[in-house]
Ligand binder design. Structure first.
Ligand SMILES: *Cc1c(COP(=O)(O)O)cnc(C)c1O
Length: 364
């Protein structure tokens, strides 16, 4: 599909942009443009059942009818990905096809239309090319890309909407690890679960995040950085953090990560780490790991490291785990060897400083 370019009437002046991206932090320094694609079921001349009017234009508020069904029944999905400066010049995306595929898996679960993968990728590429000058020129800087889709149809009956918007916005992002990588302290949620079998845990949908905010606040009230969720049935098996997957590194050379049974978000960082760990000759197993095993192996020294991973923070060490039963430390409570090594390796592949053996990097 051909994207229409709507000229920006007043792009951010260079001096203001340069100031804004000097130390952008995370999540607030938005770029000037956005991509929008509309979906109207069965619209004449549309593709894949209803997609039409792809365009890039000024980033601006969206007009919505107060009955827009996303505001009532929460048909909404999103992705989180990054563009990096590449050693060979220009910018690079990391496994964007995987994000496109997962986006459509989320769409299917939420009874939303799938978007053709090419259209998703074109939208991301056009957004990144147009606002490439918003890339922070600092170590660890990136453009964080947020593609999302929601139901915009004005209709209060309960059924899948027939009208949607797909939008891509970009955020200029600084180094998540300013002042070094800090091990996180994690709170084991007692009263809340993130996802149940048959629920929406494997979909990247806003409601999962809404449900995680109270337990996350509880974690902070207990002096922790993040919450870890256990399974909904036995309240025994470790699942994941609110937005990061987990790996347990053991002294016998095995690495365990919880299996994708439908309650865990299938992280692209998770999948990439599994491949890199196997290349290192480690025995990676996707199998259940219990909270009791976590505590016992941390205390006996059998467990060397616990890593949390996701696009935003890449690979982060878990230092301490806290619950009403008390706290336990992982290793020396610091930054483990394998955690550091893998983070460096992944970041170097993303920036073109390490060979891209898996075809993960897409130059733009
Ligand atoms: C996005 C997300 C992750 C990490 O996925 P990546 O593709 O590695 O960024 C993990 N858990 C949850 C709940 C998520 O929403």
């Amino acid at each position: 599909m051909q994207f229409t370019r709507i000229p920006h009437p007043s792009p951010t002046p260079d001096a203001d942009r340069i100031e804004a991206i000097k130390d952008p932090g995370f999540g607030t320094t938005f770029t000037d443009h956005m991509v929008t694609v509309e979906y109207d079921e069965g619209a004449p001349g549309s593709v894949a059942g209803g997609w039409h009017s792809p365009r890039i234009g000024p980033r601006e508020p969206i007009a919505l009818d107060p009955a827009a069904s996303v505001l009532h029944y929460a048909q909404e999905i999103f992705e989180g990905m990054k563009a990096f400066p590449h050693k060979g010049g220009g910018l690079a995306l990391f496994r964007p096809e995987a994000n496109a595929g997962r986006f459509n898996a989320s769409a299917r679960r939420m009874a939303m239309p799938e978007i053709p993968e090419d259209l998703f990728l074109d939208a991301v590429r056009i957004a990144v090319e147009t606002d490439a000058h918003w890339m922070p020129q600092i170590e660890g800087g990136s453009l964080y890309i947020r593609p999302f889709m929601f139901a915009s149809e004005a209709f209060l009956g309960v059924r899948p909407a027939k009208q949607y918007k797909f939008i891509v916005i970009l955020v200029s992002s600084g180094n998540y690890f300013k002042g070094g990588v800090n091990p996180v302290k994690i709170w084991v949620s007692q009263d809340y679960v993130r996802a149940a079998p048959g629920g929406t845990g494997a979909a990247k949908t806003g409601g999962n995040y809404a449900a995680s905010l109270v337990p996350q606040a509880e974690a902070i009230a207990h002096g922790c950085d993040q919450v870890v969720f256990l399974d909904a049935i036995e309240h025994k098996w470790v699942e994941e953090l609110g937005g990061m997957n987990l790996f347990f590194v053991r002294a016998d050379g095995s690495v365990i990560t919880p299996p994708l049974t439908g309650t865990i978000l299938p992280g692209i960082t998770r999948e990439s780490l599994i491949a890199l760990l196997r290349e290192e000759g480690l025995d990676v197993r996707e199998e259940p790991y219990s909270i009791d095993q976590w505590r016992a192996e941390a205390q006996s020294g059998e467990l060397l490291e616990t890593m949390a991973c996701g696009t935003a923070a890449v690979v982060t060490p878990v230092g301490t785990v806290a619950s009403p039963q008390g706290e336990f430390q992982i290793g020396a409570g610091g930054n483990g060897q394998l955690t550091s090594k893998l983070r460096t390796k992944l970041v170097d592949i993303q920036h073109g400083r390490e060979p891209d053996r898996h075809g993960w990097v897409m130059r733009v």
